[in-house]
Design a protein around this ligand. Structure first.
Ligand code: EPZ
Length: 444
């Protein structure tokens, strides 16, 4: 694991310097640690739900309004991709958009934009269902594992699509999708969501066994049903979709981002009393239980959680799993929390194989994290952390390194923070309002 991680760190640094050489604007955070934080922070709309509700508007020619949309890079890229296809987008206010897809005039998705956004994969389902064809480049996204899309492609073939691939694009066509029984080999969130969107307008009935149960899947199904779709069982491993001829327009308000909420709850446990507002605790039950077992002091409200600085943490082992299990997107913040807990914790990342490499950066800051294999590390704590020059490897590891810098002794410089921006809007302003010493600095 050591040599793998060193290679990983080198690849991070190499990427950073290539980007600098290409003169792409780069920013870093400069953070002074050991600040006591206090106050309240409001959770924004869920990134991974907004990234499906927006393309789901393609399924009808009538306008759809999507509100509580987070102001983050990934969402901006998704909107740019759809505008490039011909969608008319009206920005009603800073978090509300109206999408009119009656003007879509092409089915080839812009490669330069799609490669920046792995979630662009979820455009296939609605485009295929609505237009019978779509060309999409091989997906991009964070470097946290292979991230294949075989589940998506196999499902579209079962639904009657033909797939041709050239060196850059998948060209997917169908005369009309036909309902089928689909059993993915793994639980896939976007795979489930793509199938639902494709099957909405297919002929006949589609059944998905082994479906993802995430809140994003439930809200997507609710939104589609409100527009005339016939989807039963979303939120359960078995979903049935009965195809209809067309969908109407509709309005939807994006649910709160449970990953952002969980991140800020851990921040409060590490740095001091924070009231985390506008969240749905029911979306975080297993996560909250693990934090309670670790000794985090919290008061739970209907849509907020007041979390107190919790210095006497107990080592707690954790395994990530599909919803309602412990979310893989909160693994890095939880691992950081365990570096401050008394004893040894085993962290088992079962979902994505590239999602523990950031721990090398935490070790450079003073943590004592021992790699066991690509899916498991042992964390021995508590250890004091010291400010360092670090590079954010991906969205969720990036926020964990920001929080590590907030509790570290001394100053940290974190580069490559556009990755963090992809998941957390206005992060420096929001942390500053809690009392953090964090500055966004342009480095080229
Ligand atoms: C979604 O990614 C989220 N992204 C991820 O959040 C999240 O980490 C992940 O689900 C797991 O919960 C969005 O919703 C946009 P998967 P997704 O398909 O759907 C394997 C973040 O930071 N798999 O659920 O791409 C895959 O390798 C991001 O917000 C296949 O083998 O993940 C993985 O081991 C990161 N073939 C497992 O399934 C496929 O075709 C789960 O992946 C698809 C997936």
């Amino acid at each position: 694991m050591g040599s793998y991680n060193n290679l990983y760190l080198l690849s991070n640094l190499a990427t950073l310097y290539i980007v600098l050489y290409l003169n792409i604007l780069m920013y870093q955070y400069i953070i002074n640690g050991k600040q006591k934080l206090s106050g309240e922070i409001t959770v924004y709309g869920d990134k991974n739900t907004a990234l499906k509700l927006i393309p789901a508007t393609i399924l009808s020619d009538e306008p759809c309004e999507v509100s509580n949309v987070p102001d983050i890079t990934d969402v901006k890229i998704m909107i740019q991709i759809m505008q490039d296809l011909g969608t008319k987008v009206e920005k009603v206010d800073e978090s509300t958009y109206i999408f009119d897809n009656s003007t879509i005039n092409k089915t080839k998705i812009d490669a330069s934009l799609a490669k920046k956004l792995r979630a662009s994969t979820v455009l296939i389902g609605p485009m295929l269902a609505k237009f019978g064809e779509v060309s999409i480049p091989h997906p991009g996204g964070c470097i946290i594992g292979k991230r294949p899309i075989d589940i998506h492609l196999e499902a579209f073939k079962k639904l009657g699509a033909e797939i041709k691939a050239d060196e850059e694009y998948y060209h997917i066509t169908t005369s009309r999708l036909k309902g089928a029984k689909i059993i993915p080999h793994s639980i896939s969130v976007t795979g489930t969501e793509n199938i639902i969107m494709a099957a909405c307008l297919a002929e006949g009935e589609t059944v998905v066994e082994y479906a993802a149960c995430e809140p994003s899947v439930i809200q997507l199904a609710d939104f589609l049903n409100s527009r005339g779709a016939k989807i039963e069982g979303a939120g359960n491993p078995r979903i049935k979709i009965t195809g209809v001829d067309s969908l109407k327009g509709g309005d939807v308000e994006v649910i709160p981002d449970r990953i952002e909420a969980g991140t800020f709850i851990i921040l409060g446990a590490l740095c001091g009393d924070i009231n985390v507002k506008n969240l749905n605790p029911a979306h975080l039950e297993v996560f909250l239980e693990m934090l309670s077992q670790a000794g985090v002091k919290m008061e739970r409200g209907e849509n907020n959680i007041k979390v107190y600085h919790s210095p006497n943490l107990k080592a707690t082992s954790m395994t990530t799993s599909a919803y309602p299990g412990f979310p893989t997107d909160l693994q890095a913040p939880f691992t950081l929390l365990m570096t401050q807990a008394q004893g040894i914790s085993m962290i088992h990342e079962t979902i994505l194989e590239g999602r523990l490499s950031y721990t090398e950066w935490l070790n450079m800051m003073g943590a004592n994290i021992i790699p066991c294999d690509p899916h498991r590390v042992l964390v021995s704590g508590p250890t004091p952390l010291y400010g360092k020059k670090i590079v954010s490897p991906d969205i969720r590891a990036g926020i964990a390194l920001v929080m590590a810098s907030l509790i570290a002794q001394g100053q940290s410089h974190i580069d490559n923070i556009d990755l963090v921006d992809r998941g957390y809007a206005n992060l420096d302003e929001r942390l500053t309002s809690l009392g953090a010493s964090i500055v966004r600095n342009q480095i080229n």
